[in-house]
Write a protein that binds this ligand. Structure first.
Ligand SMILES: O=C(COP(=O)(O)O)[C@@H](O)[C@H](O)[C@H](O)COP(=O)(O)O
Ligand SMILES: [Mg+2]
Ligand SMILES: [Mg+2]
Ligand SMILES: [Mg+2]
Length: 374
């Protein structure tokens, strides 16, 4: 491995049991992940790894040479989740194996329950990246912050004053209901981009690419987000998607501080209790990534890394540990109080069409016959 060569960064995560309830990953599961990934590293399957958690989701961060969607890497992650599920069962953890929705691995974890964000890139001389890990929310929760990083000049000063970024970026947006995608350019199509991604339960940013003329290759993503929707796989509510993302920073890309700046505003996302409520996303260090109040409020962790010339992950730096995010946390808690006072009323509770994917239809079904024409 050397600078100028291709490397793949994979973040693969799954909820395979909570401790207690849906609150946190038990350390024994992380230990198991470390044991299996260490062996894979010794055997040369992966270059480096880090296993951690956000809420009840076990997070595997890996570097390797196998490209995205590799059977080897996905099989390795699936094996970690399977083996750690056995420990979760022994410990009696809640919802052991929750996100493993299929029995047999068939080459790729996509569509099997785990969430995946991966990018294959040409390694720069210095490669700063941030991995984001969310719990108790859905992939659309990344729309607003990713847009701000790569398209909003009020967030990212570089879009205005850095000649390497001034041309803007391209957004690959998925319609996750119709399973279609569109690539749009910012700033030219900014209003159209917003027309789509403002509807965050349907249109989600999957990747961001540089434009022609940028110093980075135009076919290598600079940001990627997991977009797996669990209810589509399971056909019923089985917890939230709890998405992850990888973002590259600096040198013609948003600076580290521009990547983090959107999270100074704890925007409203859907998820929280029973995946059925709107609430603020709170940026937290790992030690606070334990959603406990009303199973929330939703959390986001940001881990900072430098990838060295050998593909090693130098880090993590727990980026939201900074006091500079104290006010965002305070604001999130104020908003949480305000939202909670609505109890079961919208807009704290999600609108009916989104409740379709929760346990509410089971209750409404029972009332069906009580209605008479008016
Ligand atoms: O959304 C939640 C869990 O999401 P997650 O596992 O993090 O994807 C929780 O709020 C649960 O829905 C809630 O605790 C009820 O859980 P059950 O008792 O139905 O398992
Ligand atoms: Mg859970
Ligand atoms: Mg979770
Ligand atoms: Mg989940």
């Amino acid at each position: 491995m050397a600078v100028g060569e291709k490397i793949t960064i994979s973040v693969i995560k799954a909820d395979i049991g909570g401790w207690p309830g849906h609150c946190k990953v038990h350390p024994a599961l992380i230990e198991k992940a470390n044991e299996i990934l260490e062996k894979a590293k010794e055997e040369g399957t992966i270059i480096d790894f880090y296993a951690t958690y956000c809420g009840d989701d076990l997070q595997l961060i890996m570097t390797h040479k196998h490209g995205v969607d590799s059977e080897k890497i996905h099989g390795l992650a699936w094996n970690v989740f399977k083996e750690a599920t056995e420990i979760a069962k022994e410990l009696g953890l809640y919802g052991a194996g929750q996100d493993l929705l299929k029995d047999a691995f068939s080459g790729n974890v996509r569509g099997m329950g785990p969430g995946v964000a991966e990018m294959e890139i040409t390694l720069r001389k210095s490669e700063p990246i941030v991995t984001f890990h969310m719990d108790k929310t859905e992939p659309g929760a990344f729309n607003l912050p990713i847009f701000r990083m790569f398209a909003d000049p009020f967030n990212t000063a570089g879009l205005v004053i850095d000649p390497h970024m001034h041309m803007g970026f391209r957004f690959e947006i998925w319609d996750i209901k119709e399973h279609k995608r569109v690539v749009m350019s910012s700033p030219e199509e900014m209003y159209d981009i917003l027309a789509l991604i403002g509807a965050k339960s349907r249109y989600v940013i999957k990747r961001v690419y540089p434009k022609k003329g940028h110093k980075l290759p135009e076919d290598e993503p600079v940001a990627v987000i997991s977009t797996e929707k669990l209810y589509e796989i399971a056909g019923e509510y089985v917890g939230k998607d709890d998405p992850v993302a990888i973002v590259r920073a600096q040198s013609g890309l948003p600076a580290l501080g521009e990547v983090l700046e959107p999270f100074a505003f704890p925007h409203l996302v859907s998820g929280w209790m029973r995946g059925s409520h709107n609430g603020p996303i709170m940026p937290v260090p790992l030690k606070y990534a334990t959603p406990s109040r009303f199973d929330g409020p939703p959390r986001v962790v940001a881990l900072g890394w430098q990838i060295n010339k050998d593909g090693k992950l130098i880090g993590p730096v727990d980026l939201f540990e900074d006091v500079a995010f104290d006010e965002a946390r305070k604001k999130a808690l104020e908003i949480a109080d305000y939202m909670r006072r609505h109890g079961p009323f919208e807009p704290h509770r999600l609108p009916l069409e989104e409740m379709e994917y929760t346990t509410l239809p089971g209750v409404l079904e029972k009332l069906k016959d009580r209605f008479e024409p008016v």
